[in-house]
Design a protein around this ligand. Structure first.
Ligand code: GLA
Length: 375
């Protein structure tokens, strides 16, 4: 009771309206309201959401989410298809405006990645790798063009995405072939020069594998020892009903936290489907047995399976809440199951249910559970 009176007195005397409005019941009944002060709750946006065509999606976004990341439109290959073409910032500009209009924490994703890269970024006209000097100049030009354009507007950047493998070795990308491990510190340096106030992140997947994690930790130490900015490590968190265990994920959070960086869950979704190997797509289209095995929920999810999924999602958010002092953001990779990439990965044409909102943008039961757990 004393607590309530104190809160009421605080609201009466508070000089800013926002301090009081943030405790409104209505606001607290949303994900972003309930999680306020704990971590940002983010969503990845596709083109229809960015342009406002997906009106229901935008409504859910505005109601429940406090941060955004672009699913594709800021990747180098989307901004500029080939080294000969001009940059096209139309969608990226709209994305940043949407975030500003809704006072969201805006993420730029991603500056360098071996995939969805501008064609020819690392090669000469004969298709051979360019020299280290040329690649450095291209990286610097790209990073300063993109980060510089949104200076003071994009709050944090995924500087490098997926450069380290599960066994701890570096991915043999062209960046690595040409510049070795140095390409990562260089990218961080260029990004910091382009916007000294922006947060900078390294982002990867399956970081519960100790090999990858050890190398990421070494990378953090290298960046720090050189005085380069690194704010957080992104754990993508595309998981399924079997793997990983809560314990493995928790160890990863603690491990990175002990290196003195924040942890962000950057691309979270939980596939409900049986794990299937890449490449069975063609068989799946024609083989009924495969369909029953690997794509079993085309007409909806049985109650026990749905319950198990909601419970697993809840457990994960309980873990995030437990470590909210270490986690700065949790972002789901999409808003609604309808548009999730998991419907087409690792096998095309399946019906998956990995996100917090269903195909009709209705909140799944876990949404209210998360809100209650967070209060
Ligand atoms: C990776 C990337 C994301 C996205 C997903 C698949 O996790 O970081 O940008 O492309 O793959 O959609």
């Amino acid at each position: 009771m004393k607590h309530l009176i104190d809160l009421w007195l605080f609201c009466l005397t508070a000089t800013t309206l926002t301090a009081c409005t943030s405790t409104n019941k209505g606001e607290k009944d949303t994900l972003k309201g309930a999680l306020e002060g704990k971590f940002y709750i983010g969503a990845a946006l596709n083109a229809n959401q960015i342009t406002g065509k997906d009106t229901l999606g935008v409504q859910v976004l505005q109601k429940h989410f406090s941060s955004i990341v672009p699913e594709n439109c800021m990747k180098p290959g989307e901004l500029r298809r080939t080294m000969d073409s001009e940059y096209n910032f139309t969608l990226a500009d709209q994305y940043v405006e949407l975030g500003e209009q809704n006072k969201m924490f805006i993420i730029g994703h991603c500056l360098l990645w071996h995939s969805q890269l501008t064609q020819g970024f690392c090669q000469d006209e004969q298709g051979e790798n360019v020299s280290p000097e040329i690649l450095k100049a291209r990286m610097k030009a790209h990073i300063s063009t993109v980060v510089g354009r949104y200076k003071g507007r994009v709050n944090g950047w995924d500087v490098v995405n997926e450069a380290i493998l599960e066994d701890g070795s570096y991915r043999n990308s062209r960046f690595y072939q040409i510049l070795g491990e140095e390409f990562i510190p260089l990218a961080f340096q260029y990004a910091h020069e382009a916007d000294p106030n922006a947060e900078l992140y390294y982002n990867d997947y399956n970081e519960w594998y100790s090999g990858r994690r050890e190398t990421v930790k070494r990378l953090i130490r290298t960046l720090k020892s050189r005085g380069l900015r690194i704010d957080a490590i992104g754990l993508q968190g595309h998981i399924d009903m079997e793997k990983p265990s809560i314990k493995e994920y928790e160890e990863t959070i603690l491990d990175y936290h002990n290196e003195g960086v924040k942890v962000m869950v950057t691309e979270f979704d939980i596939s409900i489907l049986p794990v299937a190997r890449q490449g069975i797509g063609a068989d799946l289209a024609t083989n009924i047995e495969y369909q029953q095995l690997y794509n079993p929920y085309t007409e909806g999810v049985p109650e026990d399976v749905s319950l198990a999924w909601n419970n697993r999602m809840r457990e994960w958010f309980q873990l995030f809440l437990k470590h909210s002092d270490k986690i700065s953001r949790v972002t789901t990779w999409g808003i609604s199951d309808r548009y999730s990439w998991k419907n087409n990965f690792p096998v095309r044409g399946r019906t998956d249910y990995p996100l917090l909102f269903d195909r009709n943008y209705e909140a799944k039961p876990v949404v209210q559970m998360i809100i209650n757990d967070a209060k």
